[in-house]
Design a protein around this ligand. Structure first.
Ligand code: GDP
Ligand code: IMO
Ligand code: MG
Length: 423
């Protein structure tokens, strides 16, 4: 059975959750490898909507082993509320496994995320304020607290007291914030540890052995290519590696064990938070796409910025993740809005380029070069065969496929599990 990576090709929210849920119906293992509860993955199954943040999107399949890998940062409170929500809906979490090495998001990470954003003023990143960046900072600085530490009471208490002596100084003296009581934190987190202990294990041999056995293993990306801390629109990025390369580090699996890399794209482009966005629409077409595509953040509820499909970006994802196919979700919201545009290249100082630039300064002088395409007025949400789509819609998909140079295997025409066209 092939081992598949599923990643976001744009700025996140491409419909990864929906696609993973569909693929998970046949998967033995689904693994999250990076990010944390900054992710918001929506699954619509049998009319019920689930918004998952840390829980792998394979959880609805009772047979699937769901792994939170070593590269994920875990907010135990959020994870427990997801576990409770699942159990209340009759969905078992018995197959959930959390890697002992995964770092824990602490209350001071959340406080520092908010305070540093405020201090950045107009230059703020627009983070989800979930403490993701500060938690990864501690990981890199080697002062982080991991799941294995959280479930070891004595070690945890020592680490919290040591860390918080410094963190409270930062909060109070650097940012003028309110200090946090370490003893309260210890009490609160000891309660989380008692409930999460049974899920914590070394997940790396589990995933490795499953691949060796020939089981179907899926790696569920969070965020998207342009939010990658190295290859994204730095500093307007997240603090992890949402590209396919991040999967190996975040799960302890070598690259030779991966067979397929599936990129998820939307039929247009969206972005939440700040930073450059070459094809952004500021007119009523942008508003229409936002409304028709329900483009409001799963995590923060913020309106998503909307714009035309940018082939330069998706080609960059094809290259940086070695994509073998693309799932193109959300083409249905593009119906009935008139002519459509696809950005096919950027013009930089009068010279055409198809390569996404490495710096914001270069990106700022890039003008999108558009190709205009006919739109369609029909509602396509009930169509399940490619040939039955309006010709203009078929042409739109084929042109994107041609520009990206990778096969589009599936087209999403609605949020539900069955609202897809398989090609
Ligand atoms: P993720 O973060 O990549 O998992 O994506 P989100 O769940 O944050 O955002 C995608 C949104 O689009 C969700 O509300 C999905 O239910 C919805 N969605 C996914 N695929 C489609 C599609 O093909 N058509 C429509 N109309 N909605 C979709
Ligand atoms: P999914 O998995 C869209 C964005 C934030 C902000 C930047 C940094 O649902 O696609 P952070 O809190 O990570 O430090 O914020 O990254 N961001 C996302 N945008 N989808 C996501 O996840 C995101 N996760 C983070 O809006 O611009
Ligand atoms: Mg999302």
């Amino acid at each position: 059975m092939p081992t598949k990576i599923v990643i976001g090709t744009q700025w996140g929210d491409e419909g990864k959750g929906k696609t993973i849920d569909i693929l998970a119906s046949k998967a033995d293992v689904v693994v999250r490898t990076q990010g944390g509860n900054n992710a918001g993955h929506t699954i619509v199954a049998d009319g019920v909507t689930y918004k998952l943040r840390l829980m792998p999107s394979g959880i609805l399949n009772p047979k699937t082993i769901c792994v939170i890998g070593n590269g994920v940062v875990v907010n135990p409170k959020v994870l427990l509320s997801e576990i409770d929500n699942m159990e209340e809906n009759g969905i078992s979490t018995a197959n959930l496994k959390i890697d002992a090495r995964a770092h824990v998001i602490m209350p001071y990470h959340i406080a520092l995320d908010g305070l540093s954003e405020k201090a950045r003023g107009k230059g703020d990143i627009g983070t989800t304020k979930n403490g993701i960046g500060p938690c990864y900072m501690d990981k890199a600085e080697r002062s982080g607290i991991r799941m294995c530490d959280m479930i070891d009471k004595d070690k945890f208490e020592n680490l919290v007291r040591t860390n918080m002596a410094i963190k409270n100084k930062m909060i109070e003296l650097v940012y003028g914030g309110e200090p946090i009581d370490p003893e309260e934190v210890i009490k609160e987190y000891n309660g989380y540890a008692d409930r999460l202990r049974k899920y914590v294990t070394d997940t790396t041999p589990i995933v490795y052995n499953k691949i060796k056995e020939g089981a179907e293993v899926l790696f569920e990306g969070a965020q998207g290519t342009l939010l990658d801390i190295d290859l994204g629109t730095y500093p307007y990025v997240t603090s992890s590696h949402p590209i396919s390369g991040g999967v190996c580090i975040g799960s302890g699996i070598g690259p030779t064990m991966i067979d397929e890399c599936i990129g998820i794209a939307k039929g247009y482009t969206t972005r939440v938070g700040n930073g450059p966005f070459p094809t952004e629409l500021f007119d009523e077409i942008g508003d229409k796409i936002r409304e028709k595509g329900h483009e409001f953040g799963t995590v923060t509820g913020r309106p998503r910025r909307c714009g035309w499909f940018d082939a330069v970006i998706v080609k960059y994802a094809v290259r940086t993740s070695g994509l073998t196919s693309i799932v193109l979700n959300k083409i249905d919201p593009l119906g009935n809005i008139g002519k459509l545009k696809i950005c096919v290249a950027y013009k930089k100082n009068g010279v055409m380029t198809e390569d996404f630039p490495p710096t914001l300064e270069e990106l700022a002088i890039c003008e999108p070069v558009y190709e205009e395409m006919d739109g369609w007025d029909e509602d396509i949400s009930n169509i399940r065969e490619f040939d039955k789509l309006p010709v203009a819609c078929q042409n739109y998909v084929k042109r994107i496929e041609e520009l990206c140079g990778v096969r589009i295997s599936t087209i999403g025409v609605g949020p539900g599990r069955d609202e897809n066209i398989i090609r």
